[in-house]
Design a binder for this molecule. Structure first.
Ligand SMILES: [Fe+2]
Length: 600
């Protein structure tokens, strides 16, 4: 999206803009980052930690990565086939092992391991670990979904997006890992970024040489994608967050490359660009022909599926779809459902907001799509047929209409960013219309991507806002974990505050907008209301007005603001006081229900 890249690779490299700092630190960075991955691989069989994901009432997926021999480093393609033992226990000390099994892995899947554990009890906490030879993994904690037929339980999750390694320390993850009141973590995309450390470095210059990407260049090969995933999982705060909570994950563009669409991406260089001499001296480090986009995307998907705690597509919830089905739905009793959508694989290419001095008519072309039509059908059916109190949508890019702030060169009615739903207005309309006809659940959209904190009403017709009945749901948008937001893009906190104030004036359905802080949102769902607490990282109490808290490895997290939507209102209210304790607690596993050795 708009903030979500260093300068466009094309414009930057062709313009010859290369900073001295980036060049100076370039060489050093690669070695430091490579050392981090190698050291973690050597630090033990289970150096990349453990994770769990996709929790349902009775199942949860467990994940780890093994380094059985010193040569079996991530992306190496080396190392033997091995059998890894997994155990699920009722207690942290593994006094009562409930299930146990064995799973094979090898270099063909980069020595990653996934197990779907079945036959669990709803809304219950479990402990798990892996072992191989004499080595045992760290003990992870996980939990089945609060999904008990006929019962209403607390539902509280943290949602996040845009965690750029070179953008800063993962303090926000540390803040989530420390919490004991969450059922799960929802990651809405940009879990990692594709950029390298030199001309295309993305993030504060002060972190060059301190927090660098591995591989040192833009990820492109399968090995590149695997090593990049491995690098991120060397981060202790990220590891702790995986170890402590089950995650539900979906990718956005940067898990592949910037502004990806069905057949290409802004940051993908095919060899057919007539303006580029790919053989010219000096081009090698920057623009390299990157080959077939779909082959690249397939490599990105392979590494993502290997390294992330997500179930294998096609193994559950099979629906009509195009390509690979990543979208899926979670249920939480009569309280809520969560539809997690995927909006990169089949989307039409982005178009400019204006063309020939007018708003671009292609924005509203019904032949252009964000999710493929089959997925949008699945989503709208889910929303309109839901009998729960709330229908949550895990979504990548902003759904509500956002007009650009008027200034020289901006047309009246020009949208801000055509990489979000505003760039696909026929699909945007279909989704808002479906929400308007939903008689059961109230829709609540959870969004990432834009590296800033928002709470939006969702007007079906912005010209009628705030007329009664016109807002068909609400949208809460989380800030980035570390990626550059308004402040970094505009150069100062004051400029960010002025810009966000101007946005709110032009778009009054945006009820809250904060463009300085980085962090996460805690979402709490009860039958009466859904509340979003915005948490920001802080350095000595400063969220970023004076310093950049992303640079401080000792930063902490603090509550910033809270908003709610009340059942039946379809609107944002607030601000309100921050959340108190959960209404109830997940159960401890019943030690009498030990199954012995379970099947896969
Ligand atoms: Fe992002």
């Amino acid at each position: 999206m708009s903030f979500d890249a260093p300068l466009s690779r094309r414009s930057m490299l062709k313009g010859g803009v290369v900073t001295a700092a980036a060049l100076t630190f370039g060489g050093l960075s690669a070695e430091a980052a490579r050392a981090a991955v190698d050291e973690t691989a050597r630090s033990g069989v289970f150096g990349f930690g453990v994770a769990s994901g996709d929790p349902t009432a009775r199942e949860v997926l467990l994940w780890t990565r093994v380094t059985p021999t010193p040569d079996a480093t991530p992306g190496s393609g080396r190392g033997p086939r091995v059998r890894v033992t997994w155990e699920v226990a009722a207690d942290e000390a593994f006094q009562t092992v409930l299930q146990k099994g064995v799973e094979s892995t090898d270099a063909a899947r980069d020595h990653t391991v996934k197990v779907v554990v079945r036959g669990l009890t709803p809304y219950t906490r479990y402990w798990y670990r892996f072992s191989l030879g004499g080595a045992t993994s760290p003990v992870g904690r996980t939990q089945t979904a609060p999904d008990v037929h006929g019962e209403t339980h607390a539902l509280r999750l943290a949602f996040v997006s845009c965690s750029n390694w070179t953008g800063g320390f993962f303090t926000a993850y540390r803040g989530i890992a420390a919490r004991d009141d969450l059922d799960m973590v929802l990651h809405l995309g940009d879990y990692l970024y594709e950029y390298g450390n030199d001309e295309d470095r993305y993030g504060p210059a002060a972190l060059a040489g301190v927090r660098d990407h591995e591989p040192a260049v833009e990820m492109l090969s399968l090995s590149d994608y695997r090593v990049r995933h491995a690098l991120y999982k060397t981060d202790p705060d990220l590891q702790a967050t995986h170890l402590r909570h089950p995650w539900i994950v979906i990718f956005d563009d940067h898990e592949i490359t910037n502004d990806a669409y069905a057949t290409g991406a802004e940051n993908h260089e095919t060899q057919d660009d007539p303006d580029t001499d790919y053989t010219a001296p000096g081009q090698a480090a920057g623009i390299r022909p990157e080959g077939d986009f779909l082959a690249r995307r397939a490599r990105a998907f392979q590494a993502y599926l290997e390294w992330m705690p997500i179930r294998e597509p096609g193994t559950w919830q099979r629906e009509r779809h195009e390509g690979t089905q990543f979208f899926r739905r979670f249920t939480f009793g009569d309280l809520a459902e969560l539809s997690v959508i995927e909006t990169r694989q089949n989307r039409s290419q982005q178009v400019p907001a204006t063309v020939a001095g007018a708003v671009n008519p292609a924005l509203a072309d019904p032949a252009r799509h964000l999710p493929e039509p089959a997925q949008l059908d699945w989503l709208t059916r889910g929303i309109t047929s839901s009998r729960a109190a709330w229908h949550l949508v895990g979504n990548q890019t902003v759904l509500t209409r956002v007009y650009a702030v008027p200034r020289a060169g901006v047309l009246g009615g020009q949208v801000f960013n055509t990489d979000q739903w505003d760039g696909y207005q026929a699909d945007q309309r279909r989704l808002l219309d479906a929400m308007a006809t939903a008689r059961g659940a109230d829709p609540v959209v959870l969004t990432g991507d834009i590296h800033s904190s928002w709470a939006n009403d969702l007007p079906r017709d912005t010209t009628r806002y705030p007329a009664d009945g016109n807002s068909v749901g609400v949208e809460f948008v989380c800030p980035s974990i570390t990626s550059n937001g308004f402040k970094e893009s505009l150069g100062s906190a004051a400029a960010a505050q002025a810009a966000t104030a101007a946005f709110r004036t032009v778009n009054p359905w945006v009820r809250y907008l904060e463009g300085v802080g980085h962090g996460f949102v805690v979402l709490d769902v009860t039958p009466e209301r859904v509340q979003a607490d915005y948490w920001f990282i802080r350095s000595n109490g400063d969220k970023g007005l004076l310093v950049d808290p992303r640079l401080d490895p000792q930063a902490t997290v603090g509550h910033e603001a809270s908003f709610v939507t009340r059942r039946g209102s379809r609107k944002v209210s607030g601000p309100v006081p921050q959340l108190g304790p959960r209404a109830d607690q997940p159960r401890a596993a019943d030690a009498r229900r030990a199954h012995g050795v379970g099947a896969r």
